[in-house]
Design a protein around this ligand. Structure first.
Ligand code: GAR
Length: 198
């Protein structure tokens, strides 16, 4: 059984989908803890499943590196096989990425390398894109620049605003994320090999 720690910042709707899926007896991965950089509403989903949570509050640290050291200490407690960034709205310091790569993956609401960063949906709309998408990547030390594991297009429709478009992207993200976690767990997807060959 693949042990997964999920890191979030917000509502955690994608986390919820993963937890729902992982509650099926034949799902080959288990979420063992959920962490966040703030008091995230998504903790409620972890609590609903009786899964432990941990908080590493960003504002209580003087630097990204200091915050990352505490986050790394938490990950060392849990010893996951895979770390999933599911809406964690912070860049991880290089030391933490180097320690865990390639076993850290991230979901992103755009068709990378298009529209990386914290406002992928907003940026696609601002660019007048006819289509955007969802991606699951291996985390590296760039901004959403790691090897792409899965991605799918989502059309931009007339009248879309950021919220409406994002809510249409998220179900695609969830499907891709769950599929990637399943494939990592079954060994169909080797993150080390994917990181060198993609
Ligand atoms: C998701 O769309 C995720 O891809 C995005 O935040 C949302 C979290 O939603 N992450 C990023 O934009 C990271 N650059 P959720 O909290 O409802 O799962």
């Amino acid at each position: 059984m693949l042990k997964v720690v999920v890191l979030i910042s917000g509502t955690g709707s994608n986390l919820r989908a993963l937890l729902d899926e992982a509650s099926a007896p034949d799902f080959p991965a288990q979420v063992i803890a959920v962490g966040a950089d703030r008091e995230a509403a998504g903790f409620g989903h972890a609590e609903a499943y009786g899964i432990p949570t941990f908080l590493v509050p960003w504002e209580q640290f003087d630097s990204r590196e200091a915050w990352g050291e505490e986050l790394a200490a938490q990950l060392d407690v849990w010893q996951p096989d895979l770390v999933v960034l599911s809406g964690l709205m912070r860049l991880l310091p290089a030391g933490l990425v180097d320690r865990w790569a390639p076993h850290i993956i991230n979901t992103h609401p755009a068709y990378l390398p298009e529209f990386p960063g914290a406002h992928g949906v907003r940026d696609a709309l601002a660019a007048g894109a006819a289509q955007t998408g969802a991606s699951v990547i291996v985390v590296d030390n760039g901004v959403d620049s790691g090897p792409i594991l899965a991605q799918e297009r989502v059309p931009v429709l007339d009248g879309d605003d950021e919220n409406r478009l994002h809510e249409r992207i998220k179900p695609v993200e969830r499907r891709l994320l769950i599929d990637v976690v399943r494939r990592v767990a079954t060994g169909d997807l080797d993150l080390a090999a994917a990181s060198t060959s993609l």
